[in-house]
Design a protein around this ligand. Structure first.
Ligand code: HEM
Length: 398
């Protein structure tokens, strides 16, 4: 097994020691598999896309879908638990919220200081824990999105950890948050909602909250959207970049990508295909139909195993074109396609450019995170070979 494959597998197994082997095993059983007690797993990208595009039979607001999990803490109208005309109408109003141009400017502004600090550390030859740096970077980005401006490192980290507390209380088997976990989630999201509402009332159109007000969202709608962004848009990005750098390092492609800016987007896409930060998407069946050869009925829970769909295309290969059916499948497809895609890409590109500018990079130490929802490194320590070390010794990469 290649080094890259061994580490990626290690990350999945540390996060989900029982579910990951089961999930990969399902891929060998066929394109669609009914698993008693779990639901119907879809492992084929053509069928996955067909389910995602069919909002009539497959919904996110029914029993067993992820809406079940989020509605008690986010309210009933936060995109990811809506369907049909109300969902379409809210998406229409939000269509111009995260444009590529706006998100690029937002990232350039809010990430400038923490990225300068990161490049200085690498230039000085410091060993940098990229996982820890990502907390500050994505924390700063989400602070700005919900309406907190000019935050320091401490506040950015605090907000990141608030989100992490909620996400870490969700397991693959969690269908609803209850008791203490529900109370914690509500407390955190109420605080986020208050910050977002204050920014909404201020109405500054250079901010995300001010833009939502201009786009015609009511205060409760904008407040709910901010909470949804906070939950869906922080750890997904934060966990991706360490895996991106590790994968390029382990496959020996880091220097090539660093030397050719045209390879940055293909490298991000290919790493997304291998890592699939959101490995599974959930739907519930609203009306009888079939997925390929398998008949499904109301009450069935559908697990679109994006990870299996994407991995079927082979191991990491920077020169492997993606067939159209895989196009950005890791960000979803159809009506629920990731609203934050331009923001996620702007963050990832901006941070990746800073890291690659310090190439060659060595991974000197890494640990996998255990018991987390999104597989990730607990630490990924890197050093730049461009730098002249100011002290300390380097451990060999492993
Ligand atoms: C690497 C980063 C990210 C990945 C891999 C990712 C992945 C996804 C996927 C797969 C979906 C569709 C889920 C489904 O159909 O069941 C989705 C939806 C969504 N994402 Fe992202 N996402 C990322 C970053 C972000 C960011 C940065 C934000 C916003 C700040 C965001 C906001 C949303 C929202 C609001 C939805 C729900 C859209 C709807 O239901 O209409 N995401 N994301």
């Amino acid at each position: 097994m290649s080094t890259a494959r061994r580490h990626e597998r290690g990350l999945h197994l540390a996060a989900h020691p029982f579910a990951y082997p089961l999930m990969r095993g399902l891929a060998r059983l066929g394109p669609v598999v009914r698993v008693p007690g779990l639901g119907v797993a879809v492992n084929d990208p053509h069928l996955a896309r067909a389910v995602l595009l069919d909002g009539e039979h497959f919904r996110k607001d029914g029993p067993g879908s992820s809406g079940d999990l989020w509605t008690p803490i986010l309210g009933p109208s936060v995109l990811l638990n809506m369907e049909g005309e109300p969902h379409r109408e809210l998406r229409r109003r939000l269509a111009s919220l995260f444009t590529p141009d706006y998100t690029r400017r937002l990232c350039a502004q809010v990430l400038a200081e923490p990225l300068h600090d990161l490049s200085m550390r690498l230039a000085r030859g410091e060993t940098v824990d990229l996982v820890d740096r990502m907390r500050i970077l994505t924390g700063a980005a989400i602070c700005s999105v919900i309406g907190l401006r000019d935050v320091d490192e401490h506040r950015a980290r605090e907000l990141f950890e608030d989100g992490e507390r909620i996400v870490s209380s969700v397991k693959l088997t969690t269908r609803q948050l209850t008791g203490r976990r529900l109370r914690t989630a509500r407390e955190v999201l109420d605080r986020i909602g208050e910050i977002a509402a204050t920014a909404y009332r201020a109405g500054d159109e250079t901010t995300v909250m001010g833009r939502m007000r201009r786009l015609g969202l009511s205060e409760p709608e904008a407040r709910g959207a901010a909470a949804a962004f906070f939950l869906t848009g922080t750890e997904t990005v934060a966990t991706f970049l360490p895996r991106f750098i590790a994968l390029l390092h382990d496959t020996g492609t880091l220097a090539r990508v660093a030397a050719d800016p045209a390879l940055l987007d293909p490298a991000i896409d290919e790493t997304m295909r291998i890592t699939t930060p959101t490995p599974v998407m959930l739907r519930s069946v609203a009306a009888p139909t079939a997925i390929g050869p398998v008949a499904v009925h109301p009450g069935d829970r559908i697990l679109i195993v994006t990870h299996n769909c994407a991995r079927a295309h082979g191991p990491f290969d920077l020169d492997l074109p993606h067939p159209p059916v895989l196009h950005r499948l890791w960000f979803g497809a159809g009506p629920h396609f990731c609203l934050g895609y331009p923001l996620a890409m702007a963050e990832i590109r901006t941070i990746a450019q800073t890291l690659l500018a310090a190439a060659p990079l060595q991974v000197v130490r890494r640990r996998y995170a255990r018991g987390v929802l999104i597989p990730t490194y607990r630490t990924l320590e890197i050093v730049s070979d461009l730098a002249v070390p100011t002290g300390g010794s380097r451990l060999p990469g492993r």
